[in-house]
Structures are given as C-alpha cells and as structure tokens.
Design a protein around this ligand. Structure first.
Ligand SMILES: C[S@@+](CC[C@H](N)C(=O)[O-])C[C@H]1O[C@@H](n2cnc3c(N)ncnc32)[C@H](O)[C@@H]1O
Length: 225
C-alpha cells in the first residue's frame, strides 16, 4: 500500500478542537497497524462501518476515507459525529479540501442521542478521542471549546456514558473494536474497573508522556454476550 495520507486541515476555528498529540497518537497507531489485508489484526474486508465520534475537524474520519482510495480491500462507510454544529460545518469543509465530496456521513449529536435506529448493531469500529480532563481542572466557563476538554467532574464520566450507549451500536456478531484516549489526570484504576464492569475487555495500545501527564490509546472489545 502507498504511504498513508495525511489529511489537510484548513478549517480550524476557536471553538473546534485543533488536532493535537492525542489525535496523532491515534493516527500514528493506525498508520502502523493497517495494511492491505488487515485492520489492526481484523480482516480488512470485514470492516463495513466506522464511526469517528467527536470528530472535531474531521481529521480521523477523513484519514479513513482517504485510505479507501489506496486500498481496494477497504471499503467501509465512514460516519463522523460531534455535539458541536460548528465542528460538523468545519469537518465538511475539511472533507472537501481533501478532494472527498459528501462521502463521509455526518451526524450532529450528543453521543448517540440523534443516531437513527437503523445504525444500531452496525459499527465494527468506533473511535472516540473524548474530552478527558476533570472539570475541577478547568476554569468555570460555558464556552463551546470546553466540550473538547471537560470529561466530567472526575474526568471519565463522559467516557463511561459513551461506553454504556456504544454497545447498542456495535455489530457484536462481527469483529469489532472501540478505541479511546484516556489520561493520567483522571483515576485510571477507577475508570478501568467501571469499564470491565460494563463488560468490556480493555488493552493499552500506545502511550505518550508529557512532563505532567501521560495519555493512553486504549482498545476495547465487548465481551458479555
Ligand atoms: C478532544 S476533541 C477530539 C477531536 C478530534 N476527534 C481529534 O482527535 O482531533 C473531543 C471532541 O468531542 C466532541 N464532544 C464532546 N462531547 C461530546 C458529546 N457528548 N457528543 C459528541 N461529541 C462530543 C467535542 O466537541 C470535540 O470535537
């Protein structure tokens, strides 16, 4: 397969999350773990639907859409969603800048609230680079950009809510994975206990260290049916 595409991100706005270390942790992992036949160890032809939840500028969804141009075995429908209308507008413009026209299916939604029932039981892959910082770390404000950081009082409440709701949208009869970012600024022991209780098997795939924080790319498989 030719070298991986780096999406062009022209639309950046003060309310939309600018791709950062967490975004690139995810992108770099997939660059090393997708090839002509396999998507992170899963048969690539079996991947039929991918969701980039909390898409921001659309960078991850666009990355997957661009791979389709180079890999004839990779032909999933790509969905991207965000709670911010402005992010959807921006991601659509970025989709165009990458020579992709109206192929990504965008959904403006708070988690899965506005997803149609027809998408239930259908995603093989769901990726969420969520807001993961404790709200106590943030200055009290109600700006749109806070959606990028504020993961709840303890930092992981939104991830847990996401995982509770995600089960209904995963295709549990086919190969499936959820990928998400977590941070050492939250209690990872508490978070992992809750995740296991929900019925997921969890694994750390990659990490990035700053001087004050570590961030982790995690992969989950639902294991309770
Ligand atoms: C850390 S940013 C990640 C953006 C992009 N995926 C990336 O990796 O660069 C988190 C994104 O999740 C979105 N978000 C926050 N809460 C959400 C919710 N409840 N439902 C859907 N999207 C949400 C934010 O608006 C933001 O775009």
């Amino acid at each position: 397969m030719p070298s991986f595409p780096d999406p062009v991100i022209n639309c950046i706005s003060k309310n939309v999350y600018t791709p950062s270390d967490d975004t690139y942790l995810i992108l770099d992992y997939f660059k090393s773990n997708i090839n002509i036949s396999y998507f992170d160890g899963l048969k690539i032809s079996e991947i039929k639907r991918i969701l980039d939840l909390g898409t921001g500028t659309g960078i991850l969804a666009i990355f997957f859409q661009l791979i389709k141009k180079f890999n004839p075995n990779f032909n999933p429908e790509i969905y991207a969603s965000d709670i911010l209308k402005e992010s959807i507008t921006c991601a659509k413009l970025n989709e165009k800048s990458n020579g992709v026209d109206n192929e990504i299916r965008f959904i403006h939604s708070n988690l899965f609230d506005s997803f149609p029932n027809s998408l239930k039981d259908s995603f093989n892959i769901i990726i969420f680079n969520p807001p993961y910082l404790p709200s106590s770390d943030l200055i009290e404000s109600k700006k749109s950009i806070d959606y990028s950081w504020n993961g709840g009082k303890r930092g992981y409440e939104l991830i847990i809510k996401f995982l509770k709701n995600a089960v209904a949208f995963l295709n549990l009869n086919r190969p499936h994975y959820i990928y998400y970012i977590s941070s050492s600024r939250t209690s990872l022991t508490e978070l992992n206990k809750k995740i296991i209780k929900l019925g997921y098997r969890t694994r750390i795939l990659k990490e990035h260290h700053f001087f004050f924080e570590k961030i982790y790319l995690n992969r989950l498989k639902y294991d309770k049916h």
